[in-house]
Design a protein. Structure first.
Length: 376
């Protein structure tokens, strides 16, 4: 009989579009595609019908979060005879009746760039180390994240499986309909950013780099900032106004999953200027839809983009302006970038990404819990 897999699905919420949501959905798709019995645990806010057909959907109605994680989840795992549990987060129940696999996408919750919180960071480091040491296996999205986990948490790299986030089949070349162009304010030609507005996304420098473009080029394109999260958005909007960018900057809000491939595919380029990324999913999604990509050379992004995009130092505004200008004016061969993007995206198939997560879960089912001593 096939092992029963359970996944924490709290990220599947209405209006939420995050890398963790995408990760969760792709693992569910991969498991269901193999005919494996799979249980999705959500709470009252979870959009359980977002899961693929064939998944058993269970509401774990317990609060607060710590009680749900440490008391309610172990109980339902035992009740449902689960053989292996996947957390798409760094945290997990400390005591479970089955092996628990955790996913550490990045360590931004510890030592966030530009933010000094020594006591908070020390507590979170200790908690993350505790969760990691007792996990049956650990997944990182990139070698960059794996190395950060080893350095920060003292976990052996041999215990960390590097498995990239997978692409959904919907990410393929397409273009926006007139209705989509109107809904998101795309205009005739646009440059697309997809993400939140937090400081590490480096949007102030992107706005200044955009303002430095030749005026005719800037007027011919809109800079579309797509993201439903509100934190930091007002500050970015105020800066756009102070730079006199006016209607040339569009805050598109949250984009429906069904619309996102068309927004990528219709973009003159996709830009991801982050100071740090644990993976860089928008760059990969843009490439899969055939868009030229201008992206940061920091974090895990070079692992994702490879030679298929234009990589820049995110703190060098002149370099960012220059890269935008070269791609938009055709000084860089856009057709060649498109071909390279599409070829690169084929390296992130379900078999190589979410399928490998399922392989790890199957190999881990029934394993005894691991307790790793702190390195050093």
């Amino acid at each position: 009989m096939s092992p029963r897999i359970a996944i924490d699905g709290r990220e599947l919420r209405a209006g939420v579009r995050t890398g963790i949501r995408r990760y969760t959905l792709e693992v569910l798709r991969a498991a269901v595609g193999r005919g494996l019995p799979c249980v999705l645990y959500g709470d009252r806010g979870t959009q359980l019908d977002a899961a693929p057909e064939g998944v058993t959907r269970v509401v774990v109605d317990a609060a607060p979060t710590a009680w749900r994680d440490q008391m309610a989840l172990p109980g339902v795992l035992r009740r449902d005879a689960i053989d292996v549990f996947l957390s798409p987060y760094y945290k997990r129940p400390l005591v479970t009746p089955c092996p628990a696999v955790i996913t550490i996408h990045d360590l931004f919750f510890i030592g966030y760039p530009g933010r000094r919180r020594p006591i908070y960071d020390a507590v979170m480091t200790a908690a993350a180390r505790l969760y990691a040491r007792g996990a049956a296996a650990i997944i990182a999205d990139s070698a960059h994240s794996r190395d950060a986990i080893v350095a920060r948490l003292g976990i052996s790299g041999a215990r960390i499986a590097v498995i990239p986030v997978g692409l959904g089949p919907e990410f393929r070349p397409t273009t926006p309909t007139p209705a989509q162009r109107e809904r998101y304010g795309l205009g005739r030609a646009y440059v697309l950013y997809v993400g939140n507005f937090l400081p590490h996304k480096n949007l102030p420098r992107l706005l200044r780099a955009w303002a430095a473009l030749p005026e005719p080029l800037r007027r011919a394109h809109r800079l579309v900032l797509a993201g439903g999260a509100m934190a930091g958005r007002s500050e970015v909007a105020a800066q756009a106004a102070a730079l006199g960018l006016g209607e040339g900057i569009v805050f598109a809000g949250g984009v429906e999953d069904t619309d996102l491939p068309a927004l990528y595919g219709g973009a003159s380029l996709v830009v991801l200027p982050s100071l740090e990324e644990g993976f860089g999913l928008p760059a990969l999604e843009g490439m899969a839809c055939g868009a030229p990509v201008v992206a940061t050379c920091r974090g895990a992004v070079p692992e994702v983009v490879g030679d298929a995009g234009v990589l820049i130092d995110p703190e060098d505004e002149r370099a960012l302006t220059g890269a935008l200008q070269r791609v938009l004016t055709g000084d860089v061969d856009r057709a060649a970038l498109r071909r390279a993007s599409l070829a690169r995206a084929t390296e992130f198939t379900a078999e190589r990404t979410a399928g490998r997560v399922v392989d790890l879960l199957l190999a881990t089912a029934g394993a005894r819990p691991v307790l790793e001593r702190r390195a050093g």
